[in-house]
Design a protein around this ligand. Structure first.
Ligand SMILES: Nc1ncnc2c1ncn2[C@@H]1O[C@H](COP(=O)(O)OP(=O)(O)O)[C@@H](O)[C@H]1O
Ligand SMILES: [Mg+2]
Length: 285
């Protein structure tokens, strides 16, 4: 089956005065996928989202969002997309329920959908709380709830779990996977490689405004798996990292024959180590 393109970027560049923040960005987002834009702080992630969603004008190239040129989109596009970024736009004095009901009115979304979404993001027991009294993680869930209330075709998330505790981040990951199951395409930026590996069908590794690798996390990691290695823990508690060569294969086979291995696994590179190899930079900063 042919994959449907929801978004395509072709040779996008962006100059801020003297700084070339984006150099030459090309990629596509297909229906039903989670696509990750992965890069350290300052690599151009937010700028890319702003250009796609028509909040910022690019210097060169073309972005087509749901068949419309991003330099030419009007307010009606917001019926088809959801955007979660730093500026949450939540009214602190209004309750969770009131915040969502107000947006539901604007989008002409039925009341039942508000209830459904509050349940989905796990805020049912906080529905009557003023939004200003929510924790950081709860606020992020509310922002997410608002962004998906109208069942957008594409959800844009700019570092959705940044600064959240691990258990809240896991809850948000599960929500995103559920939304994907419902058919929503998700464009997500992150500097967290574990998050990207876990969630994304494909990732773009962004470095100083350029995509230096693009593909599924698994394919990218395997591509950089040049010297195959195995991590072996023996029953004797001895731990070894062995390169794959005829001698080591014979040693491993011998241990296996005598049931001496407690644990063995292959050491493929992670997205983090690939990023380090390609750019010479550590990602989690
Ligand atoms: N409005 C702006 N004016 C000038 N420079 C900007 C502006 N927005 C972003 N930049 C610069 O562009 C680069 C990319 O920024 P950004 O897209 O926010 O990165 P990220 O989201 O990956 O952290 C940074 O060097 C940043 O300082
Ligand atoms: Mg950013």
């Amino acid at each position: 089956m042919e994959q449907k393109v929801l978004l395509s970027l072709s040779h996008i560049s962006k100059r801020f005065k003297t700084e070339l923040a984006l150099k030459d960005i090309s990629m596509t987002l297909f229906r039903g996928e989670i696509l990750g834009f992965l890069g350290p702080s300052g690599s151009g992630k937010t700028t890319t989202i702003k250009i796609i969603t028509g909040q910022l004008r690019q210097t060169g190239g073309e972005a087509m969002l749901l068949g419309t040129d991003s330099t030419n989109i009007d307010a009606s596009i917001y019926e088809k997309i959801g955007v979660v970024s730093d500026n949450s736009g939540i009214y602190e004095k209004m309750t969770v329920w009131q915040n969502l009901s107000m947006f539901a009115k604007i989008w002409q979304v039925p009341r039942a959908r508000v209830e459904q979404v509050i349940g989905q993001v796990g805020l049912a027991e906080h529905a009557k709380k003023p939004a200003g009294k929510l924790s950081k993680g709860q606020t992020q869930r509310l922002v997410l709830a608002r962004a998906v209330l109208h069942k957008p075709r594409i959800l844009f998330l700019d570092e959705p779990t940044s600064g959240l505790d691990p258990s809240t981040a896991v809850a948000i990951h599960q929500m995103l996977l559920n939304l994907k199951e419902e058919g929503m395409a998700i464009f997500l930026t992150t500097h967290n490689m574990e998050e990207a590996t876990k969630l994304c069908d494909r990732v773009a590794l962004l470095h100083e405004g350029e995509i230096v690798e693009f593909g599924s996390p698994k394919d990218i990691c395997l591509k950089y798996n040049r010297s195959k290695k195995y991590d072996v823990l023996l029953n004797s508690s001895e731990e070894l990292v062995l390169e794959q060569n005829p001698e080591n294969i014979r040693r491993i086979a011998g241990w296996m024959e005598h049931d001496e291995i407690a644990c063995i696994h292959s050491c493929e590179p992670t997205l983090e180590s690939v990023f380090l190899e390609v750019t010479g930079k550590v990602l989690n900063i």
